[in-house]
Structures are given as C-alpha cells and as structure tokens.
Design a protein around this ligand. Sequence first.
Ligand code: 6GU
Length: 235
Amino acid sequence: MRIDVVTIFPTYFEPLEMSLLGRARGRGLLDIRVHDLREWTHDRHRTVDDTPYGGGAGMVMKPEPWGEALDAVTVDAHDPVILFPSPAGVLFTQAMARELAGEERLVFGCGRYEGIDERVFDYAGSIGRVRLVSLGDYVLNGGEVATMAMIEAIGRLVPGVIGNPESLVEESHEDGLLEYPGFTKPSTWRGREVPSVLLSGNHGAIARWRREQQLERTRERRPDLLDGEDGDDAR
Ligand code: 6GU
C-alpha cells in the first residue's frame, strides 16, 4: 500500500520511521511519502492560507497549493481514497480501518487553521473517493495527529505488517466489544490475585469468563456499542 501525506508540518510524521510501521516500510509493505504543502506555493512567503470570504475569525487554507499537491501525488493513481481529517467528518472506526487496509493508494490531506477552502473537497472528488473523517467529538489544531492515528490503525491491518495475525482477532472493537482483561506472572502481585479461572486449565470456562468480561466492561464503559446496528456485530 502507498500512502501520501500532504501537510505543512512534515516533521510530525518522523515517528513513522520507528517500530512496527517503520519495519513494515523497510520491508516494502508500506510506502509512506510525506510532502510539504509549501512545495506547491509560488510566492516568496510560501503562503498557504488567507482570510475567509464573508469575514469571521481565523484563516482558511488556499485552494491553489492543494490543487497542485493533489494533482502531483495522484498523477499515477487510479481512484485513490483521499482522506481529509476533520472534526466535521464522519467517525473513523475499526471497520473503516479494515476497509482502508485493503486499498492500493491512500492520500491524507492535513488541514490547519480553520480548514481548507471547501472547493478543494469537490475537486478531490474528481480524482478519487473523498472521505472527511473525524477521530471523535473533540477538536485538534490540525489533521496531523489524527492522520498519524489513522495511519497506525490502518497500517497494522495491512497483511504481513503484524507478525502474528492471530493477535488481531481478539482485540477491542474487532467483534464490536471491548477486549477482555489480560494477566501474566506472578499470580499474586502486591496482594492482587489473577482470577482463578485463568489458572484452572479449563479452556471452556476461560472462554466463557472472557466473553462475560467483554460484555460487562462494554456495558460499563461503552454502552453505545451495545445498542443499535451501528456497531460491527456487537451482541
Ligand atoms: Cl480528524 N481533525 C481535527 N482537526 N480535529 C479532530 C479530528 C480530526 N478528530 C477529532 N478532532
């Protein structure tokens, strides 16, 4: 999978050279290319923003550098998915990460200031499939941190990136529930015991206990995952 990121802060993405995704890049599974939006400005000050038509606070990102950037990074792409992180987007979910992990080409456009000129999203729709995506109901200063989170969520689901794919099966959100709790040695630590069922060797009982734990903590912490058809296949 190739991922292009367009940003005015390329250094935000340096951590992608580390750890799991860094190794996946080294092995050729992920081709992640980070681009400075200012490469596509032509004035002395490399201007990427301007005041909003109609007035109001803040600045809006100018369409021209975005148009040139999108043209350049997608010149050899066929129907890429073009993602714009935005608190006004649809919620990014594990189901979406799973779908996107099967794509050939992704482009992330990181907006700053009060946003990007709206016409850019329409233009991007003439190049590929546009998605405005939000991490949740809070506001970040720009799309960079959200893009990092999404690249990690998507990248780890690309076949071959994680050594033992079984570790992907039982984690939180994969079956619409939160994950069951984990314990390791010692069996007593600072007066706290590991639940005895886990030491019983009874695999049926362990599986039933873990399922109950998943349901209980989902009910407690994320009741929204249990009601309605919005989850993956919560039950
Ligand atoms: Cl994707 N972007 C920004 N700027 N803020 C956010 C967000 C995204 N998701 C939650 N807050």
